[in-house]
Design a protein around this ligand. Structure first.
Ligand SMILES: Cc1cc2nc3c(=O)[nH]c(=O)nc-3n(C[C@H](O)[C@H](O)[C@H](O)COP(=O)(O)OP(=O)(O)OC[C@H]3O[C@@H](n4cnc5c(N)ncnc54)[C@H](O)[C@@H]3O)c2cc1C
Length: 469
């Protein structure tokens, strides 16, 4: 069994650490933020008191998709049980839709189930479960660089350096330091070639608010979690312990909507959307939190067929991250953590060159298409928002975009397609799989082709601007 040092105790780092510890590796997680989480059942302290400067989105809305939950059930059942004990909320995304859209529940619909919680609660639970599984978490230890032992021909990473000057040796270093990972700079300092990296501003800005019910329960989901309207998208996310959150996502270039940062205007806007308005009907437990400047970024440590370094891999946001509207980050990190765990079952980390190549290969085959699919969706949605702001209709030569819009419109009246659309949103099917079902494309075209651009009830741009003026 290997000694594995995981950098970062975020969602990706903790999930990967847990998977590896269950395979009896010695796992040490090194986390820069000093504060330890409160006990998992103390959810109020996790929400109000736990300081996590290392994660910008720590108090922003998170929802764990059915794909994430499926993996937790299969691989980490103790995490599932601990989440439920801490008040995490079970949700079936299909069952929550109006029965007029989905028809009666059917066998197989349990695949739309998940359990979710606010991010601090999730992390507090994951930390406790990881420690119970034998993971050592060292908080308040910032990694500042890498130690290496020779070249073959790329530098072989043998551990990490910390701010205090101490080195932590490892058979394998797993970088889970998130969106702002400094791995590129650390590698450069070892003399390694530069990783292959692409990055750009995702172009979205999020205006988020969390709520709690004074009377128990949480609002009824009258539509899918992510809803697209003229000039903005809305996201409604159930949370743990009778909490929930609402997000208004706009294009960062759309200056006319910047007023959404102010609570009064934010509420005035939400009130205009019939499927959304009741979601603001609770005790606010946050301000309107704004997050902008979110990057899409992807980095590979194998360039021109050869690793730039061995003994180190990246998992989660450090490897790839996107605009979070579709809420796939934690699911993707767990998928990648599982790939690493599986690879270590057949490859000794001492065979470091092979491990570096194989991990890049499986990540590229399995996870990169998921990243590309999110980028594809975001690029079109951003262009559509730009067209909304310009008062024009968005046209594209890419036939998959109008088909994906038609799939949503058709899902409003066809229970089979309601399942298909929700399966894509739940991250348990791809659009190609849904549209590949016999007769699906014909029904999508027949029911969705002539649908309005935004089939859900909501204000047009002028009315929205007037509401927040
Ligand atoms: C606004 C927003 C909303 C989101 N909503 C969702 C959602 O609904 N569902 C979903 O699945 N995903 C969501 N995501 C994505 C999700 O937050 C990330 O995919 C996830 O946090 C990635 O986990 P990670 O472990 O890779 O990185 P992180 O969770 O960012 O963790 C990185 C950790 O590394 C630590 N660290 C950094 N540098 C060092 C260092 N030098 N030494 C030691 N430690 C270090 C940090 O302190 C931090 O704890 C959202 C993201 C954003 C921005």
């Amino acid at each position: 069994m290997a000694r594995i040092v995981v950098l970062g105790a975020g969602l990706g780092g903790l999930g990967t650490a847990l998977l590896l510890a269950r395979d009896r590796h010695e796992v040490i997680v090194v986390e820069r933020d000093p504060a330890a989480p409160p006990p998992p059942e103390d959810t109020d302290t996790a929400w109000n008191g736990w300081q996590r400067r290392g994660v910008n989105q720590f108090r922003l809305p998170h929802f764990m998709l059915p794909r994430w939950w499926q993996q937790v059930r299969e691989e980490l059942p103790e995490l599932g049980a601990a989440l439920r004990a801490a008040g995490a909320r079970p949700v079936n995304l299909l069952e929550e839709l109006p029965v007029s859209r989905r028809g009666p529940m059917r066998p197989g619909d349990e695949r739309f189930a998940t359990v979710t919680a606010r991010r601090p609660v999730l992390e507090a639970v994951m930390s406790a479960v990881a420690e119970a599984a034998g993971v050592t978490i060292r908080r308040g230890v910032a990694v500042t660089g890498l130690t290496t032992g020779g070249r073959s021909p790329a530098p072989r990473v043998t551990g990490v350096l910390t701010a205090g000057g101490a080195a932590i040796p490892a058979d394998l270093v797993v970088d889970c330091t998130g969106r702002r990972s400094a791995l590129g700079a650390w590698l450069a300092a070892t003399g390694a070639r530069a990783p292959a990296e692409e990055r750009s501003d995702s172009g979205f800005v999020y205006h988020c608010r969390h709520f709690r019910s004074g009377t128990g329960g949480s609002p009824v989901l009258l539509a899918n979690l992510l809803q697209h309207y003229d000039s903005l998208s809305a996201i409604t996310l159930p949370g743990d312990n009778d909490t929930w959150s609402v997000v208004l996502a706009t294009a960062s270039r759309d200056k006319a909507l910047r007023g959404l940062r102010e609570p009064d205007r934010w509420h005035a806007a939400v009130a205009r959307y019939p499927l959304l308005a009741h979601w603001a009907d609770g005790e606010a437990i946050s301000g309107v939190d704004v997050m902008a400047g979110i990057e899409d970024r992807h980095r590979r440590l194998v360039v021109d067929g050869d690793p730039v370094a061995t003994g180190v891999v990246e998992v989660g946001d450090s490897w790839a991250c996107t605009n979070p509207s579709v809420g796939r980050g934690a699911s993707m990190a767990l998928i990648q953590g599982r790939l690493l765990r599986d690879l270590l079952r057949e490859t000794d980390p001492a065979d470091h060159d092979k491990l570096a190549r194989r991990f890049d290969e499986v990540s590229t085959q399995v996870v990169e298409p998921l990243y590309r699919a999110t980028l594809w969706n975001d690029r079109h949605r951003l262009a559509e928002l730009a067209a909304d702001a310009a008062g024009t209709a968005y046209r594209t030569d890419d036939p998959r975009w109008p088909i994906s819009k038609a799939l949503f419109a058709a899902s409003l009246t066809d229970p089979e397609l309601a399942r298909g659309y929700t399966a894509v949103a739940a991250f348990i099917a791809t659009p190609d799989e849904v549209l590949g079902a016999p007769g699906a494309v014909d029904r999508v075209v027949a029911l969705g082709r002539d649908a309005p651009q935004y089939p859900l009830p909501g204000p047009g741009r002028d009315e929205l601007l007037a509401a927040i003026a």
